[in-house]
Design a protein around this ligand. Structure first.
Ligand SMILES: Cc1cc2nc3c(=O)[nH]c(=O)nc-3n(C[C@H](O)[C@H](O)[C@H](O)COP(=O)(O)OP(=O)(O)OC[C@H]3O[C@@H](n4cnc5c(N)ncnc54)[C@H](O)[C@@H]3O)c2cc1C
Length: 260
């Protein structure tokens, strides 16, 4: 779907919220509803979007588009949606401003202006537990904050669980609407006495030290790739959690740009 930017706002030191409109037909699903966003590269006047919306179809079309005409494409989570206005908010983490490693998506969020066109490909939910469980475990870094916020807001009000969220600074913390039985731990990287080489390391250490509830868990571990794989390894090897109870998604990889 072709959308356009309505407004942008730097809502906290590390996050720019971009509001997109034109999504009246979006089936808003809550939880960690995610999408692929397409935007133009420097020098491109036309935003050329794949017409297929199937998992493989859009990508084959994308690869078949000559490189000079291919847009950037990156994965993001719907932070909020107002279906009556056809609007969604996307929270972009702004990274690498100081050392110049900023990526095209973060730069887009910084420079976006009202009216800029953005392609939106609905990707549905990744949080889809398909086994009985007593409680929910969410682990993530700042890129996972929209997903954790959406899952907490969508869970049944009697859900129980634990969420560990590592963010750059206390100023990036967001008010979450979560069931009373969700215990939320925030880790602010800049206030930590422990040194961390990369985002996600402190969340991993907090998980290793955490006293977790008894009973069958559904764990959803998301964020920097070493956090996602490390948390899964810890849960399976050290806590005897069955593999099928742990969903993990590497949202980004330290030192490596996303493809597309
Ligand atoms: C399902 C899914 C949902 C996601 N939802 C969100 C979301 O709601 N908000 C969000 O901000 N991100 C989200 N992400 C992560 C986002 O897609 C990546 O961070 C993406 O790489 C950013 O693109 P870029 O063009 O800015 O940087 P890229 O061009 O991909 O990377 C350039 C450089 O920046 C580094 N880098 C990329 N992201 C970060 C980061 N966050 N912090 C530090 N360094 C980084 C890379 O390692 C690389 O060295 C999601 C990812 C997935 C798979």
């Amino acid at each position: 779907m072709m959308t356009h930017v309505v407004r942008t706002e730097r809502i906290s030191p590390s996050i720019v919220r971009v509001t997109l409109a034109g999504l009246e037909d979006l089936d808003v699903r809550g939880y960690d509803h995610w999408c692929r966003l397409f935007f133009t590269r420097e020098g491109q006047d036309v935003l050329e979007l794949p017409t297929s919306t199937t998992e493989l179809g859009w990508y084959l079309q994308y690869l078949a588009t000559p490189k000079t005409r291919r847009p950037w494409v990156r994965a993001y989570t719907v932070r909020d949606a107002r279906p009556e206005a056809g609007e969604v908010d996307i929270d972009f983490v702004i990274h690498g401003e100081q050392d110049g490693s900023i990526g095209p998506a973060a730069r887009f969020a910084l420079e976006a202006r009202s009216g800029d066109r953005v392609g939106f490909l609905d990707q549905g939910l990744a949080f889809t537990p398909d086994h009985p469980h007593d409680w929910t475990l969410l682990i993530g870094d700042e890129t996972a904050m929209p997903a954790v916020a959406g899952i907490c807001r969508s869970l049944p009000r009697d859900a129980r669980g634990v969420a560990i969220i590592e963010i750059p600074t206390a100023g990036d913390r967001q008010e979450l609407s979560a069931p009373a039985g969700m215990e939320i731990t925030w880790i602010h990287r800049d206030e930590s006495s422990q040194t961390a080489a990369r985002p996600g390391e402190l969340a991993l250490r907090a998980l290793a030290a955490a006293a977790l509830p008894d009973g069958e868990v559904h764990a959803h571990v998301i964020g920097e790739s070493a956090l996602a794989t490390g948390a899964r390894r810890h849960l399976v090897q050290e806590r005897d959690v069955p593999k099928r109870n742990v969903d993990f998604v590497g949202y980004w990889r330290h030192g490596r740009a996303a493809t597309g």
